[in-house]
Structure formats: C-alpha cells, structure tokens
Design a protein around this ligand. Structure first.
Ligand SMILES: [Zn+2]
Length: 258
C-alpha cells in the first residue's frame, strides 16, 4: 500500500501541474503540449527546476525567477487538491477495486479542470465533459456504484433533472438558469456515480451552492438572477458523493435496523 500512496502523491502532484496547463490553455484555444511552460508576464521559459510542483513555488516565493511577477497560488492549490483526491481514492477504494480507484482519480482530475475553467470563463468545455465517460465506463465495469442499470439511470436522471430545471427556468423566468454544459455535466456525473450517489451529489451541490451564493446575492449586487458559475458546486457535490455516499447510506439504514 505504501507504494500506491507514494505513487498517488507524486503523480497526483505532477498530473495536477498538467491540469493547470489544461485550465489555462484550453479556454484560450492554445496547444496543450507546445510551447513549454513559461511566465505569462515576461515569457521566461521555465527550466525543469522551476517547474517542480509545490517545491518550486516555495523556493521562488511565488514569484517569477526573471521578472519577479507574482505567480497565482491557484496553480499550487490545483496541484495539492489533485494529489489529495488521488491519495483519498487510493485510501478508500484501492483494496476493493484498483480499477475503480483509478477511475475515481481520473474522474476527480477532469472535474477539477471543468470547475476551474467554469469559474474563470463561465463556460463548461464539451470535450472535458465527454472525457468523463471514460472513467464512467471504468466505474461501471468495476461494479461499484451499482450495476449497469444504476449507471444508465443515473445518466438519464442527472441529464433529465437538469434539463427539466433548464426548461422550467426558460418558461417561468424567461431566462437560462443553467447552461447546456451543466445538463451534460450532470448526465456524465450520473453515469459515473450511479443513481443513488447522484442524489447525494445534487443534494450536496445545492446546499453548498445556497450557502455560498445566497449571501453574495443578498449583500450586494442589485441584479437578481445574474449569472454565476454553477459547475464548481456540481463538481464539488459529485466528488463528495463519490466518498460519502456509502457511509451515509449505511448510517441511514442502521437507523432502521434496531
Ligand atoms: Zn516572468
């Protein structure tokens, strides 16, 4: 297991570093592989020792080696977040099913990209949502999260429920409350999670969304129903559901099993 954890931390950080490249370049239609990483302020090409996850950020004090421009902590935060989620999926799922543990790690990494890109650009990238189907198929094969039907129903309910809200918002408020990207995202999440965990995901996403957005709405901007990125909450709820659904269900069932 020690080897699995070491792998999860080190590769989690390195892939996290690559996720930053995706988050920055995909919305800007830039090539993901070329040119190599460089300072966005002075174009200084990062040497390999400037590009070690977390460590380089600490050594350089969060500044570019050449022009001393401030480097956003977001890059390091994404690396750490990815490594934490990879380690967590190894800890919780590796012994039951290595395939599912890898699927969860992959799933979390793609969701990190979707969430951060939506936060920055208010746009959910279709290609990223499509790639979620790869871990979804892996999860279905592993048999965790229910049988094939559970995953298919999850996909239908996730997409259908958000399509319903989308149409309702159009009819009642004459506005798009959700984007088409949100609908596709929930269909893909449902396909990965299975229908039970999907319910938990939507529940958590709604609670966190309300806790964060209601105060923002109340305290300032007069504009009601202005647009907020919703994908970060959906991603957060979905990732949380992967880990908490089973303990939550067994706790809930234990209430009736006395
Ligand atoms: Zn620079």
């Amino acid at each position: 297991m020690a080897l699995v954890y070491t792998f999860a931390v080190i590769y989690g950080l390195c892939i996290g570093s690559f996720l930053n490249v995706v988050i920055y370049r995909l919305p800007r239609n830039m090539n993901l592989a070329f040119p190599g990483s460089h300072c966005t302020n002075c174009d200084y090409s990062l040497r390999w020792y400037d590009n070690i996850p977390v460590i380089s950020y600490i050594i350089l004090g969060g500044k570019c080696r050449k022009c001393k421009a401030h480097i956003s902590f977001r890059y390091t935060a994404v690396e750490i977040l990815n490594a934490v989620l990879w380690t967590l999926s190894a800890a919780v799922f590796w012994k039951r099913s290595p395939l599912y543990a890898i699927a969860v790690a992959l799933f979390c990494s793609i969701l990190i990209c979707i969430a951060f890109i939506d936060l920055e650009t208010m746009y959910i990238h279709d290609i990223l949502v499509l790639t979620l189907l790869v871990p979804a198929v892996m999860a279905t094969i592993s048999g965790i999260g229910g049988n094939v039907w559970s995953h298919l129903i999850g996909m239908g309910v996730g997409g259908g429920f958000f399509l319903f809200i989308f149409l309702l918002a159009r009819l009642v408020f004459k506005k798009d409350g959700l984007g088409v990207g949100d609908i596709l995202l929930m269909a893909a999440s449902g396909a990965f999670l299975g229908w039970k965990a999907l319910m938990v995901a939507i529940f958590i996403a709604s609670i966190v969304g309300c806790v964060v957005l209601v105060p923002i709405q109340l305290c300032g901007k007069k504009e009601k129903f202005s647009e907020y990125p919703f994908a970060p909450f959906l991603c957060m709820g979905t990732v949380a559901a992967v880990f908490v659904t089973e303990p939550l269900l067994s706790w809930y069932l234990s209430l009736f099993a006395i």
